[in-house]
Design a binder for this molecule. Structure first.
Ligand code: RB5
Length: 142
């Protein structure tokens, strides 16, 4: 289950991502926002983080205008490792190395084609499990 959250700056791209997730048969729950009216991104970031920490979702996708505010917010939640990715290499590396559980993107930064490739890479790449990466993640969480 993927938890989704966005603000007005990410709303349009999130509609594209949702359509893509439905096409590839990925289960998701949308925590809003549900239209283009201006809203405060921390509300949606926190709802998605809560869903993951409560075990209601395995991963999250957050989108605001830049991806910055919403990722900063998400990373304040202990146990959340949110990666702001605007390229496929970073999406793959953050799963392999950081075991990131939330992907953030900027709806005003990337188009839907690249965003959906980033989503696919993020969802389909497993954590490497390497000791050195586990050790570093433990140090983050400590
Ligand atoms: C909203 O205009 C914008 O500030 C927000 O979407 C995000 O980019 C903040 O980091």
């Amino acid at each position: 289950m993927i938890a989704l959250g966005c603000d007005h700056g990410g709303y349009a791209l999130m509609q594209e991502v949702k359509e893509h997730l439905a096409e590839i048969g990925e289960e998701f729950k949308d925590y809003g926002t549900f239209d283009k009216s201006p809203v405060d991104y921390p509300i949606f970031a926190k709802q998605v983080c809560r869903a993951i920490l409560e075990g209601k979702a395995d991963k999250g996708i957050l989108i605001c205008g830049t991806g910055i505010g919403i990722s900063i917010t998400a990373n304040r939640s202990k146990g959340i490792r949110c990666a702001l990715c605007h390229d496929v290499y970073s999406a793959k590396a953050t799963r392999l190395h950081n075991d990131a559980n939330v992907l953030a993107m900027g709806g005003r930064v990337v188009g839907p084609g690249l965003a959906n490739m980033i989503v696919d890479t993020f969802l389909n790449t497993a954590f490497s499990g390497d000791e050195r990466h586990r050790r570093r993640i433990d140090m983050i969480e400590d």
